[in-house]
Design a protein around this ligand. Sequence first.
Ligand SMILES: Nc1ncnc2c1ncn2[C@@H]1O[C@H](COP(=O)(O)OP(=O)(O)OP(=O)(O)O)[C@@H](O)[C@H]1O
Ligand SMILES: [Mg+2]
Length: 798
Amino acid sequence: MASDRLGQIVEDAASEVYLFSVEDFTFTLANRGARENLGYSMDELRGMAAWDIKPELSREAFLELVQPLLSGEKTMLEYETIHQRKDGSRYNVLTHLQLIVTENDTVLYAAIQDITKQKEANAALTKVSARLDAILSNTTMAIFMMDDKQQCVFMNRAAEELTGYRFEETAGRPLHDVIHHTHPDGRHFPIEDCAIDRAFPENHQTQGEETFVHKDGSFYPVGFTASPMKDETGKTVGTVIEVRDLREELRARNAEIEFNNALKTKIEEAMAERDRLEAQLVQAQKMEAVGQLTGGIAHDFNNLLQVVGSNLQLLSKELPEGDAKRRFVDNAMAGVSRGAKLTAQLLAFGRQQPLEPKPQNLGRLVRGMDDMLRRTLGEGIEVETVISGGLWNCLVDPAQLENVILNLAINARDAMAHHGKLTIEVGNAALDDAYTQNHPNVAPGQYVMLAITDTGAGIPPEIMEKVFDPFFTTKETGEGTGLGLSMVYGFVKQSGGHIKLYSEEKQGTTVRVYLPRTQRKEESAPLPATTDTPTGSGEVILVVEDDAAVRETAVDQLRDLGYGVLTAENADSALAIIKSGVQINLLFTDVVMPGKIRSPELAREAKAHLPNVGVLFTSGYTQNAIVHAGRLDEGVDLLSKPYTRERLALKIHEILSRQTSADTAPPAAEAAPSTDDAPKVLLVEDDALICMATADMLSDLGYVVTEADSVAAAERSLQAERFDIMFTDLGLPDGSGMELVQHVTQLRPEIAVIIASGADPREYAEGDAEAGRYVSLMKPYDEHSLKRALEQCKAAAE
Ligand SMILES: Nc1ncnc2c1ncn2[C@@H]1O[C@H](COP(=O)(O)OP(=O)(O)OP(=O)(O)O)[C@@H](O)[C@H]1O
Ligand SMILES: [Mg+2]
């Protein structure tokens, strides 16, 4: 019964059980689980052998497999194979095979376990761990694991590379003792201080940067994260440590810091540069403003001095020779001269002194001053002059430049306390863009450089900015007025030059003056002036002056000099006198006067009515009379206020003698071409003085000139007459000369155009499509350059 029960249990069991014959290995019994799983009925199975459901095993292979059982060598076999169901599907099985011997039978008993799921799980596990292995060994992050005893249980390949140790060498050892035992300064690093080793006992993640010791003994910086490792129950069982090499990163960080620092320095430099240029600009603007103010004051002051001086001279003539009161007059006169000197310096600083620039060889000029300098400087000072060969000429007022050199030399003498060496150098210099970019208000180009160097006390940096200021002096009261360098500065600027100071305390000072080069040759030296005061013989002079006091003293002086005098207080009444037909030999007029008619126009009208009349302008303020950039045009006579009786007498005499020789010379008009075929010029210029001087030059060159003082007047003339040339200024009172030029070049191409401007042609011609259609003439121009421009026009027309 027991066996029946067992049989039933086996039949009902979920696992597969088979019995098969030891003779032919066909199935003799299969329980329900086996039948259902395989899909065969018992009848079908009886006709099948064991290998028929084992697609991997052939009959021979199966026989060989079971041989140890059959031979009694083994009592049980256990093997894995595959079973194939009736429907063709397969499953993995673990088979326990036993030979069972009963009294009357011997069978093979097979208990089958379906291990498909287990196999799949194993395969999946293998795959996961292979992937994990791949990750761990290919990552560049060094990974370590420590167990609950803080001993190393894992190191990936990157960890081996980083530390220099193989896992075998660290396995089972506290990692700290292997790779983190010493500080870079050689001190022992106790494990208790180690943040990495705290992660496990304190059971939280730690992060930071540390320095590890390589197997070769070298130190290297690392960044780490140490995390407690938990098992599936959540129990902390060890630590996993990720470590990255910080060497590259630190290098990059340093590079970044260096880069940032470099950037910062660059920015700071650029800002400092900007501040420096700004300061230079502010300084230049300050000088400009103070200059204007000074010029204005000097103007009024000169008028006052004129009145005082002239009256003193008249008074002195009234006093008999040897009169004790003469002393007072002489003292007062000395005061006037001092005042005149002062205002002249102020005007020079204000860039408003009348300059008569001439082409100069500075070498010759400096050598000519040698004696005078030695006398002025005294025996204690050695003077050396170095003139380079092939020196260019520069355009400068020689008398004023001598004054500048003298001033600089005296400054040097004072700085050297009468003992030392003064070196004067003259040479050619080209100021390039790089230099001029750092020095606002300097144009690049060719200059003649004059350097004066002393071995004196030097200029302290804190006063360097101030030395050019008018009235700035460090000298005792009465020893210096502080106008020397101001005058030098104004003169250099007015001459289109540049001045630069270099100084070192206790070492000395160099002043460099750059004056613009000219291509023109030096003129022959003027004849020395006569010393006698020339007088008149009844020639008539018309004095036009709005200031009554000045007018009266001028009248008195002129009468005293033997001239007949007529007076007018403005240009309108002067014109009335001129038109009345009365004989006038010379018009003596103030430049700046109230009223509609301006002095240059008056002069022109006078010449029109009285062709032989001489004209002498006078002014205390030369801003507009001095045609351009403060330079006196050729052919214009100017007597600066305040003037002495002698200078007035000399100037009047000079003009009158010129007039007489012109009278006696064969009339120039005869030689000039007849006005009918003479080329016609439309002269557009609002500054009457320039207009007058230019018209004179053009007439002398045989041109017929029509004047226009505005765009409107020019347009009117263009409508009414035929012209060969239009000669125009750019800044006109009622519009832009440039528009006028464009208008003419486009609509009247037969008219050649000359633009005369104080601006550099590069400025206004830039980007102008019309630029090739006119000739540019830079102010100030003289007859020579005017002629060249006219020739250029002619050449372009042919
Ligand atoms: N070569 C130099 N060496 C040292 N300091 C100088 C030199 N040149 C000028 N200075 C300084 O610049 C100041 C101004 O010079 P500046 O020539 O304008 O006036 P001054 O010499 O004091 O008086 P003035 O020239 O009117 O008699 C001087 O007082 C002096 O401090
Ligand atoms: Mg001085």
